[in-house]
Design a protein around this ligand. Structure first.
Ligand code: SF4
Ligand code: SF4
Length: 89
């Protein structure tokens, strides 16, 4: 049976950036690009960046932050609580 995961997610609008990258620390290792299940990290030339509307798709899993060994990614949960609620049932 195919599960429609979108129906399990309730999204709360996020008003400010909650993930930032410091490109001066980035070593272009690609770990964030590989780990993000939502494919929100991109690389163009020598620059790694998040897609513009990442906040609308990010699962707030923190995996990109965890795998960045260069401390180039700053992650915190959005102001006022998380922007996503996963419902089960
Ligand atoms: S994991 Fe960190 S160092 Fe590696 S590409 Fe991503 S931001 Fe750059
Ligand atoms: S927190 Fe998770 S879903 Fe969001 S950008 Fe990082 S790896 Fe992708």
């Amino acid at each position: 049976m195919k599960i429609d995961h979108k129906k399990l997610q309730t999204r709360i609008p996020v008003t400010s950036d909650f993930i930032k990258i410091d490109n001066t620390k980035c070593t272009l290792c690609d770990r964030c690009l590989i780990i993000c299940v939502m494919n929100l990290w991109k690389k163009r030339g020598d620059t790694v960046y998040l897609v513009d509307d990442y906040a609308s798709h990010c699962l707030e899993c923190g995996a990109c932050y965890q795998v960045c060994e260069s401390d180039a990614i700053d992650f915190r949960f959005p102001d006022g609580g998380t922007g996503i609620i996963i419902e089960q049932g």
